[in-house]
Design a protein around this ligand. Structure first.
Ligand SMILES: [Zn+2]
Length: 87
């Protein structure tokens, strides 16, 4: 049985993005989570970063959706033009 990993605020802050991206090993993830549970300032930073990341993701999905719609409209227009040409 090894001792649980102890992180200070700097070490936890360095791993916040990896925690959000779920890129940490289970041991480090548990250590960061434990630090966040015990440290309100770091928890506040984590929640801010996580909220910001979620916001950016939604924004990027919005861009993608509008691009798909644009492609769809362009396709419809070219089909209509082709049908008009057939007459
Ligand atoms: Zn801290």
């Amino acid at each position: 049985m090894t001792d649980p990993i102890e992180l200070d605020c700097q070490a936890a802050a360095d791993r916040l993005h990896e925690l959000i991206d779920q890129e940490l090993t289970p041991e480090i993830e548990a250590a960061v989570q434990r630090h966040l549970d015990e440290c309100a300032p770091c928890m506040a930073v984590f929640e801010f970063e996580q909220g910001f990341r979620r916001f950016m993701k939604l924004k990027m999905q919005g861009v993608k959706a509008s691009r798909d719609l644009k492609d769809h409209i362009i396709q419809r227009l070219s089909e209509e033009k082709r049908q008009a040409a057939d007459k």
